[in-house]
Design a protein around this ligand. Structure first.
Ligand code: ADP
Ligand code: MG
Length: 290
C-alpha cells in the first residue's frame, strides 16, 4: 500500500478530468454497489424549457404566462428560470407577500389575485381542485415533462409543461456503469410519473421521487441501512447533505460551490462518463497496491 501508487491514481483520474480529494476517497470508491443520481442538472442538462402552456377553460394564455413569470422572478429554481425566460417582456412586475415553498413551488399576490405555482402536491395541500387538469398532468408527465400548475384565488388556472433533456451522454455513461455491475438509482424532488419516464430513458434501475429537499440525505441513509454502499452524484445546494452522507460524494463541476466543497470527487467535464472513469481508476489503483 504505497502512497506513491495512490498519488499516481489521483493523477491518472485528473487526466480524465476527475478531481479526487484524497486517498480515502479513492479507497471508498472501490467498495460501492449502488450509485444514486440527482435528476436535474446531473442526469439532465439542468436548463429546463417551457414546451407548452395550457390554460383552463376561459383563461387567457398570455396573462397566465405573465403572472407565472412575475412570481418566479423571486425564485432561483431551474423551473423558475424557464418560466421567466419563456415570458420575456410579458412578465408582470410587483408581487406582494412572495413565499418560496421548498420542494413544492412559490406563492404571492399578483395583479390583485392570490397566486400559487408549483406541483400537484402544493395545489392539493392548498385544497385547489385540479381534477380538470389531471388528464393533461398525466399526458405531459408521460412525455417526461414536469407539469407546473398555476392556481389563482384558489382555482386551477393553467398548466406549464417544462422539459429538461438528458445530457447527451448520460444514457451511454449509465450503460458503462451498469456493465460494471452497479445498481443505478435516481433521487429527485420531481413527481414520480415524470421521473419514471426520464429514468427509463437514462437506464436507471430504481426511482426515489417526490423527495423534499431535506429528504435526500435520509434516502441515502435508508439505502445504507439496507446494506448498500452508496455514491451520491449531484450538483445542487440541496444535494450537499446527501453527498456528505454517502460513502462517496461526487459533484458535477459547474454545479453549486456547496456541492463541490462537500464532495470527495468532482467531475470537471460535466459528464457522467467521469463517474465510470473514476470508479474504474480507483479499482485499478487499489488492485496494483495488493
Ligand atoms: P428537484 O431539484 O429534484 O427538481 P426540488 O425539491 O427543487 O427538486 O423541487 C421539487 C418539485 O417542486 C419540482 O419538480 C417542482 O414541481 C416543484 N417546485 C419547486 N420549486 C418550484 C418553483 N420555484 N416553481 C415551480 N415549481 C417548483
Ligand atoms: Mg440537481
Amino acid at each position: 500500500a504505497t502512497p506513491m501508487s495512490i498519488i499516481a491514481g489521483i493523477g491518472r483520474a485528473a487526466e480524465f478530468g476527475v478531481l479526487v480529494r484524497d486517498a480515502d476517497a479513492l479507497q471508498h470508491a472501490t467498495t460501492l454497489d449502488t450509485l444514486v443520481f440527482d435528476k436535474t442538472g446531473t442526469l439532465t442538462e439542468g436548463r429546463p424549457r417551457v414546451v407548452a402552456v395550457e390554460p383552463a377553460a376561459g383563461v387567457a394564455t398570455d396573462e397566465m404566462v405573465a403572472i407565472a413569470a412575475a412570481l418566479e422572478q423571486g425564485s432561483n429554481h431551474p423551473l423558475a428560470h424557464a418560466l421567466v425566460e419563456h415570458a420575456g417582456p410579458r412578465a408582470l412586475a410587483g408581487v406582494g407577500g412572495f413565499r418560496t415553498l421548498r420542494g413544492l413551488g412559490v406563492s404571492g399576490d399578483v395583479a390583485g389575485r392570490q397566486a400559487l405555482l408549483g406541483n400537484s402536491a402544493l395545489l392539493a395541500q392548498q385544497q385547489v381542485n385540479i381534477a380538470d387538469l389531471e388528464p393533461r398532468i398525466a399526458f405531459w408527465s408521460a412525455q417526461g415533462a414536469t407539469p407546473v400548475l398555476l392556481a389563482l384565488d384558489g382555482k386551477a388556472a393553467a398548466l406549464f409543461a417544462i422539459r429538461d433533456p438528458l445530457r447527451d451522454d448520460s444514457a451511454a455513461a449509465l450503460r458503462r456503469l451498469h456493465a460494471q455491475g452497479y445498481t443505478l438509482v435516481m433521487l429527485t424532488g420531481d413527481n414520480p410519473a415524470t421521473a419514471g419516464v426520464v429514468a427509463k430513458e437514462a437506464g436507471i434501475d430504481r426511482v426515489i421521487a417526490g423527495v423534499l429537499p431535506d429528504g435526500k440525505a435520509a434516502a441515502i441513509k435508508m439505502l445504507q441501512r439496507q446494506g448498500h454502499r452508496v455514491a451520491m452524484i449531484g450538483d445542487g445546494i440541496n444535494d450537499a447533505p446527501a453527498l456528505a452522507q454517502a460513502e462517496v460524494g461526487i459533484a458535477m463541476g459547474g454545479g453549486s460551490d456547496v456541492a463541490i466543497e462537500t464532495a470527495a470527487i468532482t467531475l470537471m467535464r460535466q459528464s457522467l462518463h467521469g463517474v465510470a472513469d473514476a470508479l474504474a481508476i480507483a479499482k485499478a489503483t487499489l488492485r496494483n497496491m495488493k
